[in-house]
Write a protein that binds this ligand. Structure first.
Ligand SMILES: Nc1ncnc2c1ncn2[C@@H]1O[C@H](COP(=O)(O)OP(=O)(O)O)[C@@H](O)[C@H]1O
Ligand SMILES: [Mg+2]
Length: 423
C-alpha cells in the first residue's frame, strides 16, 4: 500500500497547500460543488481548523476553470482598504489587471509606465490613495462589473472579514456608535448587493478566525449575510488525524509503538489539524534531543504534560483570548474568561453556576439584563468553538483547550458553588 510510505512535510502555523495539505477530500468536493452551483458561502469553523488552507487548496484545484482572487483583510481598517486589497488581487491576472488600471486611472496615470514593476505592497498603498469614503462604493462596483465580464467565472475568497467588520463597528474602544454601525452596514450591504447582482458569474466566500455572525448580530446586521450559505468545516476524524501523524512520522523517520497514535488523538479530544501538527512538532523535537526514532505511549503522555500544556501552548491560548476580546469588548471579556475557567475546573458549566458568576459582574455592566448577557457570551463561546452545549451544561469541545485553560487560569479559582452568591 502506498499509505505506509506516504509522507507529509510538517507545517506549524501558516496555511498549507499542495504537498503539505492533508486529507479534506470530501470537504473539498462539497466546497467546490457549492462554488460550481454559484453559491456564496460563509466558511464557518473555529480557529486553526484549516479554513484558509481549504480555501487556498480549493483555489489551486479550480484555478484552470476559475479566476480565483485570494484577499486577506487582516490589515484592512476601512471599506476603502478592502477595495484596495481586492483590486490588488487582480494584479496577477493580466486581463483583469488592465481593467482595474482603468478604474484607478486617476492615480495610476502618473505611474503608468512603471506600475507593473511595483511591489504588491506598494501597489496596495497606491490603490488605497485613490479611494475615499465617498468613492469606494462606486470604484468597487466598477471592479465587480469587470470581474463579472471576465472570460472565466470568478471566485473571491475573503479571509479575516470579521476583523474588518469588528474594526468598523467598534473602533479602537469597542463601542458601537450609530456612525460606526452605518460604516459596517455599508460594507456588508455592498458585498451583499454585488453578490446578488453578479450571482452565477462571481461567487464569494467569507471567512475569518473569529465568527462573523456573532459580530453582525451585535450590530443588528445579521440580514446582510442571508444570501450566504453556511459551509461548516469540522475537525479531522481520529483516522484522518492518525494518518496525518503517520505521514509526518514517515517524513521525519519516526515510527509509533502500538497505542501511541490513538493516545495522541485521545489527548486532544477533537482533532483540530493545527493541534495535530503542533503535537507532532513537540514529539519530533523531544525525539531528536533524546535520539529516539520510535514514539511510545509513555513519550506521548510526557510530551502532552510537559510541552503541549506549557508555555508554547499558552502562546496560542493567549492569541485565542485576544481574539475573544475583539468580539466581546473589555466589559464582557472578563466574564467570559471566568465562565471558561469555571467550565475547565469543574468540567461543566451549569446554568446555576452561570447565574452566580454573572451576578458578580452585573454591577459593572450597564444596560443589559444578566440573562441576555449570559446568552450572548455563551453564544459566542459556542460559535467560536470553545464550548459545546450538553443537557447537563456547557463543556469544552477540545480536551486540549480545556487542559490548557485549567493549567493557566485554574489555580486559585473559586468555583461558583463556593462563592458568596451561592446561598
Ligand atoms: N489540510 C491540512 N493539512 C495539514 N495541516 C493542516 C491542514 N489544515 C490546517 N493545518 C494545520 O493548521 C495550521 C493552520 O491552518 P489555517 O488554514 O491557517 O487555519 P485557519 O485559517 O482555520 O485558522 C496549519 O499551519 C497546519 O499546521
Ligand atoms: Mg485563517
Amino acid at each position: 500500500m502506498t499509505e505506509v510510505t506516504e509522507q507529509l512535510e510538517p507545517t506549524v502555523g501558516n496555511w498549507v497547500v499542495g504537498e503539505r495539505f492533508w486529507g479534506r477530500d470530501k470537504e473539498l468536493e462539497l466546497f467546490i460543488e457549492d462554488l460550481d452551483a454559484g453559491s456564496h458561502l460563509l466558511l464557518v469553523a473555529q480557529r486553526r481548523m484549516g479554513k484558509t488552507s481549504l480555501m487556498r487548496e480549493a483555489s489551486c484545484r479550480i484555478s484552470g476553470r476559475y479566476i480565483c482572487l485570494n484577499v486577506d483583510l487582516q490589515s484592512a481598517h476601512s471599506a476603502a482598504d478592502a477595495i484596495a486589497e481586492l483590486s490588488a488581487a487582480t494584479y496577477e491576472h493580466q486581463s483583469l489587471w488592465s481593467k482595474t488600471k482603468e478604474i484607478f486611472s486617476n492615480i495610476l496615470k502618473s505611474t503608468a509606465g512603471q506600475i507593473d514593476s511595483l511591489q504588491l505592497a506598494n501597489l496596495k498603498v497606491t490603490l488605497r490613495s485613490g479611494l475615499t469614503v465617498d468613492n469606494w462604493q462606486e470604484k468597487g462596483d466598477r471592479l465587480l462589473d469587470c470581474l463579472a465580464q471576465s472570460e472565466k467565472p470568478v471566485a473571491i475568497f475573503l479571509d479575516e472579514v470579521p476583523i474588518l467588520i469588528s474594526r468598523l463597528l467598534k473602533g479602537e474602544d469597542y463601542q458601537i456608535t450609530p456612525d460606526r454601525r452605518r460604516q459596517a452596514d455599508a460594507f456588508m450591504s455592498w458585498l451583499r448587493a454585488n453578490g446578488i447582482k453578479h450571482q452565477g458569474t462571481v461567487r464569494m466566500v467569507l471567512t475569518g478566525s473569529i465568527g462573523l455572525e456573532p459580530i453582525l448580530r451585535q450590530g443588528g446586521l445579521s440580514a446582510t449575510v442571508n444570501n450566504f450559505q453556511p459551509f461548516e468545516l469540522g475537525p479531522w476524524s481520529p483516522d484522518t488525524a492518525q494518518g496525518c501523524l503517520q505521514a509526518l512520522g514517515n517524513h521525519r523517520g519516526l515510527t509509533y509503538c502500538a497505542g501511541a497514535l490513538p493516545d495522541i488523538t485521545d489527548c486532544l479530544g477533537i482533532c483540530i489539524p493545527y493541534h495535530i501538527q503542533l503535537f507532532f512538532d513537540r514529539i519530533r523535537k523531544v525525539c531528536h534531543l533524546q535520539d529516539l526514532t520510535v514514539v511510545s505511549p509513555e513519550l506521548v503522555a510526557e510530551v502532552y504534560e510537559t510541552k503541549m500544556l506549557s508555555v508554547q501552548g499558552h502562546a496560542e491560548l493567549s492569541h485565542m483570548e485576544e481574539r475573544l476580546k475583539v468580539v466581546l469588548g473589555p466589559t464582557l471579556h472578563p466574564l467570559a474568561l471566568t465562565l471558561l475557567t469555571e467550565t475547565a475546573v469543574v468540567g461543566k458549566l451549569t446554568s446555576a453556576a452561570t447565574q452566580i458568576l454573572i451576578q458578580e459582574f452585573v454591577v459593572d455592566i450597564e444596560n443589559g439584563n444578566s440573562g441576555d448577557i449570559a446568552r450572548e457570551i455563551l453564544n459566542i463561546l459556542e460559535h467560536d468553538g470553545y464550548l459545546k452545549r450538553y443537557p447537563e451544561g456547557y463543556q469544552f469541545e477540545s480536551k486540549l483547550l480545556k487542559d490548557w485553560w485549567k493549567a493557566r487560569n485554574g489555580f486559585h479559582f473559586v468555583v461558583a458553588s463556593d462563592r458568596k452568591g451561592n446561598h
